[in-house]
Design a protein around this ligand. Structure first.
Ligand SMILES: CC(C)(COP(=O)(O)OP(=O)(O)OC[C@H]1O[C@@H](n2cnc3c(N)ncnc32)[C@H](O)[C@@H]1OP(=O)(O)O)[C@@H](O)C(=O)NCCC(=O)NCCS
Length: 189
């Protein structure tokens, strides 16, 4: 099945399908090692080409990846990534690299409208994500959105400071229908 390439508009955000060329205007994101580490995307040294290849991979046919644009200042502030595995399971990731852009419920809103898209307009029946046990922002975001913590993968994340635990979260359509936060749905075009 061909995955939809839609723009989703909310009062605060425009989520646009990721374009490969966005790699050139976002290369400075590679300076934020904290955010990239959280995405398990760290690299010993970034080049523009290496970053382009990461971005290009996220535009592949099994991905629904959105650029997160804040409408107030028309600024690209992050990415939301959904990797659709086998057509019915989507693995989610999100990054808002600049800490100054965080804490305004942008990730929550972006994630909610992408989950709507996945459950309403694709055959996806499970969404899930993994997070380092110390990544409180991401773990609390999953919980706020009604994800269930399914497992703790002991020591499964290799960091420069040793192995740490990983948490696995998932969400089913009926759970989403019952617990979706009271956010307006986005407009899909
Ligand atoms: C995780 C991340 C995307 C959150 O982005 P954000 O826009 O700041 O998050 P929001 O403002 O939408 O927060 C929504 C909820 O998440 C939780 N949350 C967010 N940041 C938090 C923090 N620092 N501590 C605890 N909970 C936090 C809260 O429950 C919050 O709801 P509240 O505002 O009612 O308390 C951002 O911190 C980030 O990009 N981190 C680096 C990359 C990463 O960790 N990605 C996730 C792994 S895939």
């Amino acid at each position: 099945m061909k995955l939809p390439r839609c723009t989703i508009t909310t009062s605060m955000l425009v989520l646009r399908p990721l374009r490969r060329g966005t790699a050139w205007s976002t290369f400075h994101w590679t300076e934020n090692t904290e955010a990239l580490d959280a995405m398990e995307m760290s690299a010993p040294a970034w080049s523009r080409w290496r970053w382009y290849k990461v971005i290009r991979a996220y535009t592949g046919p099994s991905f629904i990846t959105h650029e997160i644009w804040r409408r107030a200042d028309n600024k690209l502030i992050g990415l939301h990534i959904a990797h659709v595995e086998g057509g019915r399971i989507a693995k989610l990731a999100i990054i808002i690299p600049d800490p100054a852009d965080r804490g305004a419920n942008i990730a929550e809103e972006a994630r909610a409208v992408v989950i709507d898209l996945l459950f309403d307009r694709t055959p996806v029946k499970i969404v899930h994500g993994t997070v380092a046990a110390r990544n409180f922002a991401s773990a609390f975001l999953y919980q706020k959105l009604g994800f269930r913590q399914d497992a703790i993968l002991k020591g499964r994340l290799l960091t420069d400071n040793g192995r740490i635990d990983k948490l696995v979260f998932s969400l089913l359509p009926d759970e989403w229908a019952a617990n979706r936060p009271p956010l307006p749905k986005g407009t899909v075009t």
